[in-house]
Structures are given as C-alpha cells and as structure tokens.
Design a protein around this ligand. Structure first.
Ligand code: NI
Length: 266
C-alpha cells in the first residue's frame, strides 16, 4: 500500500469518531490550502498478536525506517517512531501498553479481552481495524481506567489512529504555535493544558500542543451508556539545530503530556 492511500484511509477512519479533526483541518485549509501532517500515532497492547513488534514490518513495507525508541515509565509504555525516506510523508509513532506492569486484576481484565485476538496474517488495514475483542463491560473499563487511562481508551476504541498532527512548519499563515492553539480555542475546541498549552521549547527543537479528544456516547457490554474519549488533533512546530537541520525526532517529556489528551477527567 502506498503511504498516500494509507493516510487517506486512516483519515476517513479517524474523522468518523473525531469530527473535530475535519473542522480543525478546514480551519487551517481556509488560510493555508493543503494541511500537511507531521505524524500520526497509534496505541496497542504488548504481549498480544497486535504488539508493537508485529506491526513494525507493516510500516517498513511502506518505505519507512525505524527512527527512535522511547520509554514512558510512569505510563507503563514503550514506543517506536518511524520516518519515511520521503520527508513530506508523515512520520508514524506507535506505543504499546506494557500490561505485565499493571496490577494482577487489571492484567486479568485486559487478558480476558485480548485472548480474543486471532493470530492471522496482517496488512496495513489493521491500523483501521478497531477492537479485535468484545465490547468491554463498564466495570472492566473503569477498573482499567483507574490504573491506565491509555489502557481503558484502547479497550474501548481498539487499533485506530489516535491522532493526526498538523505540521506548523508547513503553514504559510503562521509559524507560531501559540497562535495556532489560539485559533483552535477561538473555534471552540478545548486545548490540552497538562504541563502548559505548549509542550517543549524552541531550544529543545520541538514544540507541541493538542486539542482535547472528542467524546462519544458508548454502549458498554452490560448495556450502560457512558461518554468516552475518542481522538484528538495535535500541532507540532520543529526547529533547526545549530547546523540548520530541522529536528525530526520525538521528545519523551512532550509526548508524555500529549498522551493525556484523551483523559476525560482532565
Ligand atoms: Ni503525537
């Protein structure tokens, strides 16, 4: 699959449950024409047929190479980023929940659902495939939520893109992240304020911000209906180093706070 076809499919799958994303895209398209994305991100469960290492070959097949490895100890995650040989193609960031670091109770709940994943040959459509397990029960969702907001999100949503990211570097109308976030707020969307609206500094070469995830009504297995967080839109501004090379990597301290964009309690 070409990256272009891949991202088109992902975008349609993303806006189905993230209507804000299309509205935000249009907001910037109105002043900047085509909106270029810096990266997309996915979440998955470790120690399952859908674990990060099993997804890697599908990314490499599209002309990507592994760019970096990341650890988020407090959130019990590991991640890898991938960069395409064509730098106008969005980077890909995939994290996985290290479920064996959760409590016995949370592990058992997650294992009950992930045991339903069937091992089968995968293609790139897996990144739009959603849940590979039964609809969770509200009680299970809440128990996992108490330990891992990431885990609860994944249990309800499954394997889908978690966010797209506007490349501020490619906007003509502004190169100021605060101005971008202000436009998003003025359009009526909440912005993630964990650690401040802007994560990172020009000195660290990467500044990021994000909207707060959309919410949707979700009917749990036991018939209870509750609002859950879906997905959000991120904004990234990359800076050049002393040699004039624009930084392309990811920074754990920034990403750690971006993860909280799906925190419905925030
Ligand atoms: Ni991101």
């Amino acid at each position: 699959m070409t990256p272009q076809a891949f991202f088109e499919q992902l975008w349609q799958n993303y806006i189905e449950i993230t209507p804000q994303a299309e509205q935000i895209r249009q907001l910037f398209a109105a002043t900047d024409g085509e909106v270029i994305n810096d990266h997309v991100a996915f979440r998955t469960f470790a120690n399952t047929p859908l674990q990060l290492d099993n997804l890697v070959p599908l990314i490499l097949e599209m002309g990507y190479e592994v760019q970096g490895d990341y650890e988020f100890k407090a959130k019990k995650l590991r991640a890898k980023s991938f960069i395409h040989l064509d730098h106008t193609v969005p980077k890909i960031f995939i994290s996985e929940l290290l479920t064996d670091q959760l409590s016995e109770q949370a592990q058992q709940i997650i294992a009950k659902y992930t045991a339903e994943i069937t091992e089968q040959p995968m293609d790139q459509s897996v990144f739009c495939s959603g849940r590979h397990w039964s609809t969770p029960a509200w009680e299970d969702y809440q128990t996992v939520m108490a330990e891992s907001e990431y885990g609860a999100w994944l249990l309800a949503i499954g394997i889908r893109v978690n966010h797209f990211t506007v490349s501020i570097n490619h906007l003509n109308s502004t190169n100021c992240i605060r101005e971008v976030l202000q436009r998003v707020k003025d359009a009526g969307f909440a912005v993630n304020t964990v650690g401040g609206e802007v994560k990172g500094t020009p000195e660290s070469l990467l500044e990021q911000g994000s909207s707060m995830a959309d919410r949707m009504a979700f009917t749990f297995a036991d018939g209870q209906e509750h609002e859950i967080a879906t997905c959000f839109y991120e904004f990234a501004l990359r800076h050049a180093d002393n040699e004039g090379v624009v930084y392309q990597g990811f920074i754990e301290a920034n990403a750690d706070k971006i993860f909280e964009s799906t925190n419905i309690a925030a």
